[in-house]
Design a protein around this ligand. Structure first.
Ligand SMILES: *Cc1c(COP(=O)(O)O)cnc(C)c1O
Length: 457
């Protein structure tokens, strides 16, 4: 059988509306050619992010009604606690309103100025929360992973030799924890192998350093291990997830990814003393330790989502759908980051649009054209987001890569939606020589990609 079918049927629908090309031209001009400024009602297929965009199941919606809103020790809290403990296996579970709140609490307790935190690749909020504490966030991805066209099975693996060197160089007292992000968000969710998780855990523990997982896409990572790593084909995804967590001392989690909900997160640890300090901070800014920043109904929906995300028919559909999109466009000659990741496909806009210089933003040009052509919203991850301005000369240095990310929300789009996205990308690819770059006409001093306005060159 070749057709990918969704392992669910649809009970509630949300209409989406196609706009005309001339409407989209007006919308783009009004939004200053920045897709962050386009009203979501004017987007046909929204691939801006996979975070908080999942569709909940009928069980989750029923859980929303069953949610117990008692301030302390609610029934929903115990259901959440038992579920997280059974899957993740950690002693202490601290609920938060989303992943970055878990990060802020963890790093507030563990990091001090001058510390260094290694990770395969820090997610941007992880990096920001470490830097906010005056510590340094160090990415130690294995170097082969930077070759975009190279289809390695576990491109999220950390360079363990670089980790050993870092520990020798700065000393254990300045490394409060070692982290691994599973899957590695950069590159579209490249998985980390069990062998690498085990090796990193051993190195950290040999030096007495705690080891944490950034677990946002733990189920997708466990599924990749089952599919790709020798010795795991006969193990369930749940068992693999338990093994991953058994190697760590704690984790941070954004339930907006593999929690299959629209908001929520948590922090786990096995360290009693740390947990006490973390709960004190939690009460200060998030809430009482049995609800964190969440309503009882949210805790209930997360508990159900964490069970559903481990269903293997769901994961088969999920990963097949992402890789189908990647394979179809790559087979037709569109340059993408290989192999396809778990939650997103990245198009290499620099390779696809060589006529557009990096500082005229080929990724932006491609992403704008995908909306113009077909009403699809993607996001530029290139020089609009990451160019660095020399503080003395004011000259801008382009980012190392010019990518466009197509992130796939969970359980939201069907096979025919994905086919439509493929057709649209191939149409833009046929016209690629006609695409022109953009210049920025207005920008904020920080995080300019959210609000910048552009005009065509
Ligand atoms: C989304 C994400 C976070 C932060 O979670 P939020 O819920 O958005 O605050 C941290 N790490 C990774 C890898 C993520 O993808």
């Amino acid at each position: 059988m070749k057709t990918i079918i969704e392992p669910f049927k649809i009970k509630v629908v949300e209409p989406i509306r196609m706009t005309t090309r001339s409407e989209r031209e007006r919308i783009l001009a009004e939004a200053g050619y920045n897709l962050f400024l386009v009203h979501s009602d004017d987007v046909l297929i929204d691939l801006l992010t996979d975070s908080g965009t999942a569709a909940m199941s009928h069980e989750q919606w029923a859980g929303i009604m069953r949610g117990d809103e008692a301030y302390a020790c609610s029934r929903s809290w115990y259901r959440f606690l038992e579920t997280v403990r059974s899957i993740f296996g950690f002693r202490h579970v601290i609920p938060t309103h989303q992943g970055r709140a878990a990060e802020r609490i963890l790093f507030s307790v563990l990091c001090k100025p001058g510390d260094v935190v290694p990770n395969n690749t820090h997610f941007d909020t992880t990096r920001a929360n470490i830097e906010y504490r005056g510590a340094e966030a160090r990415d130690l991805l294995r170097p082969e992973a930077l070759e975009t066209g190279r289809p390695l099975p576990f491109k999220g693996d950390m360079d363990t030799e670089a980790l050993e060197r870092l520990i020798d160089e700065v000393g254990t007292e300045r490394i409060p924890l070692v982290m691994l992000t599973v899957t590695n968000n950069s590159g579209g969710g490249q998985p980390v192998s069990m062998a690498n998780i085990r090796a990193v855990s051993e190195i950290a523990h040999r030096h007495g350093i705690p080891f944490y997982l950034d677990a946002c896409r733990f189920a997708e990572n466990a599924y990749f291990i089952q599919q790709r790593e020798p010795g795991y084909a006969d193990r369930s995804v749940r068992e693999i997830a338990r093994e991953m967590f058994s190697l760590a001392d704690g984790c941070t989690m954004s339930a907006k990814k593999d929690g299959l909900v629209n908001i929520g997160g948590f922090l786990c640890t096995n360290d009693d003393r740390l947990a006490e300090q973390e709960r004190d901070l939690l009460i200060l800014t998030e809430g009482f330790p049995t609800y964190g920043g969440l309503a009882g109904r949210d805790l209930e929906a997360i508990a159900i989502g964490l069970e559903e995300v481990l269903h293997e028919d769901y994961l088969t559909y999920r990963i097949a759908s992402t890789s189908y999109l990647g394979r179809r466009i790559a087979d037709a000659g569109v340059p993408i980051v290989q192999p396809p990741g778990g939650h997103a496909i990245y198009i290499d806009a620099k390779a696809m649009l060589p006529q557009i210089p990096p500082l005229e933003f080929p990724g932006q040009a491609l992403s704008v054209e995908l909306y113009h052509e077909a009403g699809i919203r993607s996001v530029e991850i290139g020089s609009v987001m990451f160019a660095r301005r020399d503080p003395d000369t004011g000259v801008e240095q382009p980012a190392p890569m010019e990518l466009v990310r197509l992130a796939i929300p969970r359980r939201v789009y069907t096979q025919s939606h994905i086919d439509y996205v493929v057709e649209a990308i191939l149409e833009v690819h046929r016209k690629r020589e006609k695409l022109r770059g953009y210049r920025i006409v207005h920008q904020a001093p920080f995080l300019r990609h959210f609000t910048a306005r552009f005009e065509p060159v």
